[in-house]
Design a protein around this ligand. Structure first.
Ligand code: ADP
Length: 273
């Protein structure tokens, strides 16, 4: 499978009055066409910054981002906007629907600037809604009359209406109960089978389990699942050792020196940036 997203050595440094914050530190990531990828990480680790960059909403400070072979970090604002509206679909935790507009109108929204006739836009919205399995009887309801799961399926239909190559979903099940979240994940799986590449941010390992692959972000650096497991095992070992030291004999004949934070990169087999 070809890489639809190819990110190399991406840095994002925010300059503020208070100084600067490095949100991404040399992130490299390749996502294959048709892959369902989950990105996990604690708050403040750089997930939103990475998603905003992948979604062409923000530019990296340094590094390369090729989207379907095009170096997007060099595109003009207009070209970026065109890539966003034609190649990318966005799904958010809070659905971001217009509450008083009908379901059909909400899904037609991304087509508002297209020169397609209204009938054609309605048909595209209707097809997108059918593809997410929302029963037709709801299409003329106002979106605030729907349940959370139905709203998220409308939001997914809206993301699909332009037939994008990639769907970026930020905590798409964050506001849903487990059963409804599962239904939404099934919808993503179905989209994936129809050729879409899907990247989602989640805190929930059960949601990540639906993905083909999970990557982890910590302090602006990306780690594979294996690296994350090694890191966590190292932390657990260190915890046990420290607890043993507290509870065990006062005079340990050969205490192991504590691992300094800079050793983490060695543990994970990645260079310390
Ligand atoms: P996450 O989505 O994982 O919570 P973010 O990408 O939002 O992480 O943030 C990563 C780091 O960048 C944090 O330290 C955050 O405070 C900082 N940051 C994010 N956005 C900005 C901004 N617009 N200006 C300054 N710092 C920012």
């Amino acid at each position: 499978m070809s890489a639809v997203i190819d990110v190399r050595g991406l840095w994002r440094i925010y300059e503020t009055a208070a100084g600067h914050t490095t949100a991404l530190r040399g992130v490299s990531l390749q996502v294959a066409r048709g892959e369902l990828l989950a990105i996990m990480g604690p708050s403040g680790s750089g997930k939103s910054t990475l998603m905003n960059t992948l979604g062409c909403l923000d530019r990296p400070t340094a590094g390369s981002y090729r989207l379907e072979g095009v170096e997007v970090s060099e595109l003009s604002e207009d070209d970026l906007a065109h890539v966003r509206s034609s190649r990318l679909g966005f799904v958010f935790q809070s659905f971001n629907l217009l509450p008083r507009a009908t379901v059909l109108r909400n899904v037609m929204l991304p087509l508002v600037y297209s020169d397609r006739p209204v009938r054609d836009r309605e048909l595209a919205a209707w097809r997108a809604l059918r593809s997410v399995g929302l029963p037709e009887e709801h299409y003329l309801h106002r979106s605030n009359e729907l349940s959370g799961g139905q709203m998220q399926r409308v939001a997914i239909a809206r993301a699909l209406v332009n037939d994008p190559a990639i769907i970026l979903a930020d905590e798409p099940t964050g506001n849903l109960d487990t059963a409804t979240g599962e239904m939404v994940m099934r919808t993503f799986r179905y989209m994936q089978r129809r050729g879409k590449t899907i990247i989602l941010i989640t805190h929930d390992p059960e949601v990540a389990a639906w993905a083909d692959r999970t990557v982890h972000i910590r302090d602006g650096r990306l780690f594979s699942d294996e690296e994350e497991r090694a890191y966590l095992a190292g932390l657990a070992q260190r915890g046990e050792r420290d607890a043993g030291k507290k509870n065990g004999p006062a005079a340990d004949p050969s205490p192991t020196p504590p691992t300094a934070p800079k050793d983490r990169s060695r543990l994970l087999g990645v260079p310390c940036l």
